[in-house]
Design a binder for this molecule. Sequence first.
Ligand code: UT7
Length: 321
Amino acid sequence: MIRSVFKGAGSALPRRIVSNAELAERVDTSDEWIRERTGITQRYVAGDDETTGTLATAAARAALADAGIEASAVDLIVLATATPDSTFPATATQVQAALGCNGGAAFDVAAVCSGFLYALATADSMLRTGMAKCALVIGAETFSRLLDWDDRATCVLFGDGAGAMVFAAEEVSEDGPGVIATKLHADGAHRELLYVDGGPSTTGTVGKLRMKGREVFRHAVVNLAEVLEEVLVQADVPAGAIDWIVPHQANLRILEATARKLGLPIDKVVVTVDRHANTSAASVPLAFDAAWRDGRIQRGQLVMLEAMGGGFTWGASLLRV
Ligand code: UT7
């Protein structure tokens, strides 16, 4: 069978780190509140010369170097973002130009925090059906540009960054490597719980992020448990066989609840929310790359990627590395 086989990963973070203490000087919050309620201790915030496109390009270069693949071999770039450099053209095309691999397909996917799962599912479908041979799947965000820095309920939660993974279409056996099963969902009825109050077709402005965190939290725990179960059933794999869960990093308490529901210990969950905060579509590939580079994730292991975010959208994907 043809599967999308993981070839390499990379990531990029802005230069500037903003601590909880620094935020507590701007809004009525505290390091203690942020740590206790979210697990976040710091986040990275992009400078004027750092954009979604520049971070995505740096992550893509690192992923190609890790894979040992020339940019010229890439014939598909799918980039997940809710914070593109411009309304158009797609940031993916700008990454393509920077890498110098023009000619293949390149486009953005908008599914907010689940964006990387949607991008991976799209690339995986195109690789398995022969529309592309080598794909860069990227999650990249500069959410700091969407934040209302006077709203303590949201501005402490998010950060900027980018992660990328390279996949190639390869003939493999049933128990071989590659993306094994993926499920995506959306429920547009909950827009008011998590949205941006601007856009090109409505206000003509970029807008600011608005979130009812407590309600989003409740939906996240339920939706993630359901989609993880669906993927395990589709793959015919017991939860205990998972080596690593690489979740969207919104809140340490959500990660703990998800691990509990699967009956897995928290030390099987890759946690980066403490350092990166919530980087939306970038958080899954950023976390994957962290655990890949430090040697926790190894070839042959089963890794579950999962995310939930604005829309609502949510999804999960099981991968043998
Ligand atoms: O990535 C997309 C998915 N997003 C998520 O998954 C986010 C999910 N939600 C969460 O992570 C949590 O709900 C939050 C971290 C956003 C909030 O934690 P919580 O335990 O649900 O707190 P809460 O919203 O119920 O607020 C508790 C209290 C409130 O005060 P009162 O009403 O009890 O007096 C808030 O006003 O904490 C207050 N509060 C803060 N206090 C200090 C809210 N933000 C802050 C803050 N510093 N930054």
